[in-house]
Design a binder for this molecule. Sequence first.
Ligand SMILES: *Cc1c(COP(=O)(O)O)cnc(C)c1O
Length: 392
Amino acid sequence: MPVTFTFAQRLQQLPPYLFAEIDKIKRAVMAEGRDVINLGVGDPDMPTPSHIVAALQAAATNPANHQYALDQGKPALRRAAAAMYQRRFGVALDPDAHVLPLLGSKEGIGHIHLAFVNPGDIVLVPEPGYPVYHSGTLFAGGSTYWMPLKKENNYLPDLTAIPSDVARRARMMFICYPNNPTAVTAPLSFFQDVVAFARSFDILVCHDAAYCDVYYDGQKPPSFLQAHGAIEVGIEYYSLSKTYNMTGWRVAFAVGNPDMLAGLAKVKSNLDSGIFGAVQDAAIVALNGPQDCHAHILATYQERRDLLVSGLRACGCPVDPPQGAFYVWVPVPPGMTSTETTLRLLQDAAIVTTPGIGFGPSGEGYFRMTLTAPADRLREAVKRIAALHLYG
Ligand SMILES: *Cc1c(COP(=O)(O)O)cnc(C)c1O
């Protein structure tokens, strides 16, 4: 008898991972030898600041870093995270109870369900949105209730539109601001509403703050933990990936409710054995060290945002400038779907973008461009788009 390799149902239920699909098409266009401008995947194009790389190099020679790391991360990393939250948000955290280092926030986002979601439990997930909130729900046997994000609600979920029988069966809710893919920020008053909603229906809140330090015009987005009572209902994921161009390093942390962090830590202690100690040492340097590198990163995205938004507007595209994150959420040309637009841009302009529908049905009518390419590439992209006369 031949051995069969049928994937388990939990894998069969997963939607195709968006970027893997787009990458396939991109490769095909590149194979034709064309000059492809990749504004698809949200991954910083700039290197990690050199003082952070130097800290890793030095720390890699320390034999103490060659052994299994502590599951809860080094105390100095947890202290650095707490100190940053105090400085940046005015939020006081106990480094021993309120901070859990992660192998990137994706890992902690995808694993939290295993700690708190039973089969049949509902998880409230925004769409359009980051795909991992839903994948984690499927892996835990939960079922996703989609919260649409609409422009008329400033891309915030309408909590009053969630039926109360759904809210009562819901165990957990995900939110993400600054938002990927719509690039809006949420006001603190929204987080306050989420805390009240969570209390009314006994729901655990997970706020994905991967982009809270990527913002424009000096308008710093708030932390969920600044909302009164937030630490009693939820956690927030903070990542070094986007703030310090460290996506490849896999270092982030969750902060907030100690019981939720304990559940996540218990799952993790059975799946991983902590972050490489040298990466933790470098993360400590990133958080505690000089922040002019971060100011430079912000200024770079600001310049790119301003030129892409004004370029698209000059083409007749009524695009809103992003408030946070390094994405531009662009309305499609009249009469075209997001998939048609993306294919047209790829085939006729060799520009990789992401169709809004790929992030959820409410993403239809938009496509996403990233700001993770140099200014001259964005200028070239605008030139190519202008030549297509898509917006009349
Ligand atoms: C990039 C991204 C993450 C993942 O960040 P890591 O810390 O590198 O895992 C999480 N959430 C959103 C919305 C992202 O875009």
